[in-house]
Write a protein that binds this ligand. Structure first.
Ligand SMILES: NC(=O)c1ccc[n+]([C@@H]2O[C@H](COP(=O)([O-])OP(=O)(O)OC[C@H]3O[C@@H](n4cnc5c(N)ncnc54)[C@H](O)[C@@H]3O)[C@@H](O)[C@H]2O)c1
Length: 317
């Protein structure tokens, strides 16, 4: 098949592209390298078409040769990373919404199957667990904080996708829960697992936000790629929303302790844990409802946190 992956140079996208190429698909990557890089695609660079361009702009899609032969669009381009949500909320909304609307229009024009990478953050601060079924999204008043620039953009993206489905498009939604693995960014604009590992390796300490009792469903990249890929390749999933997350719920303090031990064993250094105030609006728990995913994709995460953390650390050293 001929497949377009927006955001294909990023953390999730580059592994998805590798996997699709290995399955024999003809893959076009569209990315402006705002956060991802061509280096992430080194393993498959000779087997893909790379378009450097802005997914928010409709003319970018004119660079795709023979657009009518594109079978599937996986839309992953977005601004991700908690610090951006607070510092640049309008940029987050602009990119996440407009890239979704433009890529959706492309899929509609050329009748491609469409997979939207949403997020459990589309549920805002919902405390109903497990998360990601038919419960309502809950967002606080806008003056409190800006965090939900991201979650709300994903919520609106889901609305746009569901509207396209009503108009006849074969579109599907996936919601990855806290992905981690090689190539995850660990700088201050990165994501928690890589941030903890990187700081533990280079500075001998780990920062835990708040009391560390907030939980996440940390899901290894290989499991996520298997699920995202299947959400595009399996027949009969029009209009479905599929959560992709590990059922191994982990507190951030537990994660920090595991990282400290792992890095300590690997480097021979002692790793301290330091507490800091977290970002406002961080959810207290995140555990996926996998009912639909198990039923329709026969998917669940297989990689244990211990294995996944070990593989991620080794990729960093
Ligand atoms: N990583 C996770 O755990 C996770 C969880 C839930 C949802 N998601 C979603 O999955 C997708 C991929 O996330 P990721 O973690 O790989 O993030 P990422 O930042 O590594 O990848 C996003 C990619 O989009 C590109 N991009 C940004 N703006 C663009 C634009 N205007 N035009 C073209 N490309 C642009 C970036 O350069 C980057 O390569 C995102 O939509 C994200 O919201 C990720």
């Amino acid at each position: 098949m001929r497949i377009l992956v927006t955001g294909g140079a990023g953390f999730l996208g580059s592994s998805l592209v590798e996997s699709l190429v290995n399955l024999g698909h003809d893959v076009i990557v569209l990315d402006n390298c705002w956060r991802g890089s061509k280096e992430n695609l080194r393993m498959v660079e000779d087997n893909i078409t790379f378009i450097k361009g802005d997914a928010c702009v409709s003319t970018t899609y004119e660079m795709i040769a023979n657009p009518s032969s594109v079978d599937i669009v996986y839309h992953l381009a977005a601004i991700n990373g908690t610090k951006w949500f607070h510092e640049e909320p309008r940029m987050v909304m602009d990119v996440n919404l407009n890239s979704t609307l433009r890529s959706l229009e492309f899929a509609e024009e050329y009748n491609c199957r469409y997979v939207f990478t949403s997020s459990p953050e589309a549920y805002g601060e919902s405390e109903i667990m497990p998360l990601g079924g038919d419960e309502a999204s809950v967002f606080p008043v806008a003056h409190e904080h800006q965090r939900h620039a991201y979650g709300a953009s994903k919520y609106l993206g889901e609305l746009a996708v569901q509207h396209a489905v009503r108009q006849g498009l074969d579109a599907r939604i996936v919601r990855p829960f806290n992905g981690y693995g090689p190539r995850l960014l660990g700088n201050e604009y990165g994501q928690v697992v890589a941030m903890m590992l990187q700081r533990a390796v280079h500075q001998g300490e780990i920062i835990v936000h708040g009391d560390g009792l907030q939980t996440r469903s940390l899901t290894y990249i290989d499991d996520l790629v298997r699920g995202i890929e299947a959400a595009g390749l399996v027949e009969g999933l029009e209009g479905m929303s599929l959560n992709l997350g590990s059922e191994e719920e982990c507190t951030m303090l537990d994660l920090a302790q595991r990282v400290a031990e792992l890095v300590g064993n690997e480097t021979g250094h002692t790793v301290r844990i330091r507490y800091e105030q977290g970002h406002p609006g961080d959810s207290k728990r995140r555990l996926p409802n996998l009912e639909q995913t198990k039923k329709h994709l026969d998917w669940q995460a297989h990689t244990t946190l211990e294995d996944g953390l070990g593989q991620t650390l080794r990729s960093m050293l």
